[in-house]
Design a protein around this ligand. Structure first.
Ligand code: 5GP
Ligand code: ZN
Length: 115
């Protein structure tokens, strides 16, 4: 845990959030400012500031993030119409919280390319 990290504090229950999934490795919760009818954030319990900080030892963890995201996409009924996974990285990537998170966004049609 990183003491000054918002998402570490959410995992620890120090800041409230609507929990969607939790196990020893992965936590998921609803985004406070949803960009679509479904907007859930899937994060590793281990503090990694962004996806580039992951090392070989994190390979199973990265895979698990995706599999939990798939479970959430299924439970939210997103599979048939499609959805989007997003990992914003760094300032050009639009990252605002520096604890790796996978956005699961769905429930409406989306455009491409992103802004
Ligand atoms: P980023 O821009 O870093 O990819 O995404 C950060 C996301 O975290 C944003 O979609 C933002 O709405 C969400 N967020 C920021 N602060 C909070 C918070 O306190 N609680 C929750 N649930 N989501 C947050
Ligand atoms: Zn953190």
């Amino acid at each position: 845990m990183s003491d000054d990290c918002l998402f570490c504090k959410i995992i620890a229950g120090e800041i409230p959030a609507t929990e969607v999934y939790r196990d020893e490795d992965v936590f998921a919760f609803e985004d406070i400012s949803p960009a679509a009818p479904t907007h859930t954030l899937v994060i590793p319990v281990k503090h990694l500031k962004d996806v580039t900080e992951a090392q070989e030892e994190d390979d199973a963890l990265l895979g698990k993030l995706m599999l939990v995201a798939n479970k959430i996409a299924t439970e939210k009924g997103l599979i048939e119409d499609g959805f989007r996974y997003v990992i914003n990285t760094g300032s050009h990537g639009g990252q605002t919280v520096y604890h790796l998170h996978l956005h699961v966004i769905g429930g409406r049609a989306m455009s491409w390319p992103p802004g």
